[in-house]
Design a protein around this ligand. Structure first.
Ligand SMILES: [Mn+2]
Length: 303
């Protein structure tokens, strides 16, 4: 992809009629469903750091089309072997509908093989995990009238096929929210969507936040938990990785917590922050496992 192509996707995102948008969502859903079957229903995507040369990680977008387009136009993003989004595509930003259009276009053009990975955030959760603000349905109706409701329903169906974690073997574990307080294996992460709601693992992956303490605490969000450094250390051990990369909390692009075990990455500019960032993992960042302090230093900031 080059900048002219991306400009065309944006133009199309603004002018797409209902039928065009509906076709895009249907095609993307088919591709995502196929990838989901290929993983045997697992919500965990595995990346081998020895066969992949470069990985770009992008945090919450929340309807910030300008930041998304800025990131996609960077040469290192266009040439990356994998582009991973950490979830939360719509809501908050006025251009949520257009963000969906661009992201799904990117997904379709990348084709099979999980080159573009769209993780599930708490704003793409199952029907029994309500969240707010949720303006996406309103944005669809504002733009497309009554038929916008059907587009929104189609997008919601697509969420069911999104994976919710990425493991870069021996290096990094990526999720939207945080790590669960009571897991014994990576299989618990991989099939968290299937054990939901009898287990809270899925909710914690999508909702939780780190805290500078030990233990597990009730979250002020009313969903998920606050997880301490000892919990993170145990999940790192189970996963065989060094660092958790997540999004979910607004920050000035990046934030390091728990002695470098946690990197928070935020890729939208808006209500709570003036700076956004994305992360390029290549060379030594893939050859060796780096902690969040080292990752934060290389993160590319967007002003
Ligand atoms: Mn979130």
């Amino acid at each position: 992809m080059n900048t002219e192509e991306i400009d065309e996707w944006v133009e199309q995102a603004f002018k797409a009629d209902v039928d065009e948008f509906s076709a895009l969502i249907a095609e993307a859903k088919e591709l995502l469903a196929e990838e989901h079957r290929f993983r045997n229903g697992s919500g965990l995507v595995r990346i081998d750091p020895y066969t992949v040369r470069s990985v770009v990680v992008i945090g919450d977008i929340h309807g910030d089309l300008e930041s998304l387009v800025h990131i996609l136009k960077q040469r290192e993003v266009a040439t990356a072997n994998r582009i991973i989004f950490l979830g939360d595509y719509g809501d908050r930003g006025e251009e949520s509908v257009e963000v969906y259009s661009v992201i799904l276009t990117l997904k379709m053009l990348a084709g099979r093989g999980e080159r573009v990975i769209l993780l599930r955030g708490n704003h793409e959760g199952p029907p029994d995990m309500p969240f707010r603000p949720h303006e996406l349905p309103m944005f669809f109706v504002r733009k497309y009238g009554e038929r916008g409701e059907a587009l929104y329903r189609a997008v919601k169906e697509l969420w069911e096929y999104l994976p919710h974690a990425v493991l870069v073997t021996g290096r990094y574990l990526m999720v939207h929210g945080g790590v669960p307080c009571n897991i014994t294996s990576l299989g618990d992460v991989a099939y968290a969507h299937e054990t939901h709601p009898s287990s809270s693992t899925f909710k914690e992956l999508l909702w939780s936040d780190p805290i500078e303490a030990n233990g597990c605490f009730e979250s002020v969000r009313g969903a998920g938990r606050m997880f301490g450094e000892n919990i993170t250390a145990e999940v790192l051990r189970i996963s065989g990785v060094k660092t958790i990369i997540r999004s979910h909390e607004p920050c000035e692009g990046v934030k390091v917590q728990q002695g470098g075990k946690i990197l928070t990455l935020f890729s939208r500019k808006g209500d709570f922050n003036n700076q956004a960032a994305y992360l390029l993992l290549d060379g030594g960042m893939l050859r060796e496992a780096k902690d969040a302090n080292e990752l934060a230093k290389t993160a590319a900031r967007i002003w």
